[in-house]
Design a protein around this ligand. Sequence first.
Ligand code: 1GP
Length: 266
Amino acid sequence: MMWLQDGPMLPGGRGFTRHITLIDPDKQSPEVAAKRALVAVECGTSAIFVGGSTDTGSNIVDATCGAIQEALELAMFAASQLPDANEDMWNTPVILFPGGAHATSSRADGILFMMLMNSESRKFLIGEQLAGAPHIAETELQTIPTGYLVCAPGGAVGKVGQAKLIHSDEIDLVTAYCQTAEMYGFSTIYLEAGSGALSPVSVDLIKAARASTRCTLLVGGGIRTPEQMKAAALAGADYIVTGTITEEFDDLNMLKSSLQSLLNVL
Ligand code: 1GP
């Protein structure tokens, strides 16, 4: 993609908030994932993350990335044939959000190369990264060095990742994590409440993270309403990630109106 040569995949620090759609390859067929991704891009999402579950095989991840890329290319070609269509909108990066070293695909454009910084397990601090790096090195994937911080309530990723959850009043702690991530040279910090969380990352934690780092700040987990989107955006998120909401609609028109109501507040 030409787009990738223009700069980092997830640029931050522009003072406004964008949206990312997370697609879990375990939750639908690659064909349905591609249709959902197209609707999300049409609504204004700025990147598609593929991943989430820890036990998804690379064949499913690969098929899902491939189907999404083909759908985006077709949409771009179709737009190029129409005088008033904006073909650039389909030039959307597909980025792996891996549950582990196994869940990669060379058909994505990039990968969040994450350290689950508040894990108590070596596996998620450096083990999965050591297992995945030699495979990633053989691909053209752009790596996005990311400090991944699981905040309360944490959900499945908090349990599986053996995270010592960051609670809403732990301002000094989240500040220190963000400073540490920046000192390591990470470009991106992802504050995660857990997919399907009953409450999103607290506004206080987002504000503290924003105040303590110039890294691109991603926030996700449990964001389902325009009010929650607005709150995370005002607190300083560069990107808000939603996943579950995209899986709830089999009807693509209903998905479109739901995503539009979320993205309209940004
Ligand atoms: C999970 O932050 C993402 O990693 C998205 O969470 O599924 O709750 O939108 P939801």
